[in-house]
Ligand binder design. Sequence first.
Ligand SMILES: C[S@@+](CC[C@H](N)C(=O)[O-])C[C@H]1O[C@@H](n2cnc3c(N)ncnc32)[C@H](O)[C@@H]1O
Length: 374
Amino acid sequence: MNRSTVERIYSSFFADGLEAIMKQALERSLTSVTVHECGKGLIVYSSSEPLRRVKALRFFRNTFLLLRRLNLPEGSSVDRALKTLAGDGETGVMVQRTGVGLRGTFRMIIAEGSRLIPAKPASIESVERMICEATGLRVNRSLPDHEFWLHMRSDGLMLFSLRITRHKAAEQALEKGELHPEIVDILCRLSDPQKGELFLDPFAGSGAIPIARASNFPCCTVLANDGDEEKVALLKTKMARLKLQKHVVVRRMDALRMERYQNECFDKIVTDPPWGLFRKLPFAPHKFFGKMLAEFCRVLKPGGRVVILMSREHPLDAIRANAAPALQLSSRYDILLSGKKASIYELTKRVPEARREATATTAKGVAPRATLIT
Ligand SMILES: C[S@@+](CC[C@H](N)C(=O)[O-])C[C@H]1O[C@@H](n2cnc3c(N)ncnc32)[C@H](O)[C@@H]1O
């Protein structure tokens, strides 16, 4: 059989609260996919697309090849789960099949939700023995080539799988405050990236959002601003190193006073403003975020979109209604980010009635591209 037509079952993990977005992103990214289950930060699906295409999905925190799904009585202990696994013939067959292409070493990881949990050494060793015999892999508990995971759920469902993505965050050694790549990917996706658009991140920090937008989505011009001189200098060096300077313009600028930009010049703004948790905001949060929204609204084209990731400490809904009523809330997603409550807001700038009518009469009219004041 052609390897690329083999249907495999996968489980992928993501931040709680993004279920609807993840299902949609998955169905848009793979042509052959069937979603079996999606809830509480986990999606289980099957696909006959090549493994490398599934591995390449950036919006998941981690993806696993599902080897066995077992239902145990609710509240079963982890040791009982491991014993069941070690003695289960079907699991052995799946591990053997999957192990054909694997070389080197492995370790077992046991998790409940997003928490790693301990188990009796003897129980873990019984599963390790089964994997060694079925695959020829050797155990290395500190720096293995592969990881087999047992995900336990409180309802008794147990997912035994092989991890196919690596620790992206650890590998890339994220800078202080830098967003995780999967969240950055989601924020960019929510902005509905289009070729040729003018895109702004006015609180760019390490540049995670501008870099992802310029590297992974249709070509556009990205403005990456930050108020911190040191960060801006580092960001300029980084863009040069990544050879992105043709697509990303880095500038030092106060996001609350972007006088350098004309009214209505940007198509999209995607950003992660200061949360005000570790360092106090220069003035009261409602004032800071009010000024921010008013300025976003000014520089955004009618019909343009804003995607903002914020701490849930400062809900934007009331602030928006006062400071920038033309920015209409399209969606809000409440998520958990490294254990902290956050919200993603998707806002769209209202198109004035008169302009909507004018556009309708200018048949086939394409809005002229605004120019930036440089
Ligand atoms: C939460 S961090 C952004 C982190 C970024 N998304 C990343 O992944 O690295 C907020 C950033 O806003 C910048 N900042 C704070 N106040 C600002 C202002 N008034 N204008 C522009 N930048 C500001 C800070 O220097 C910081 O880099």
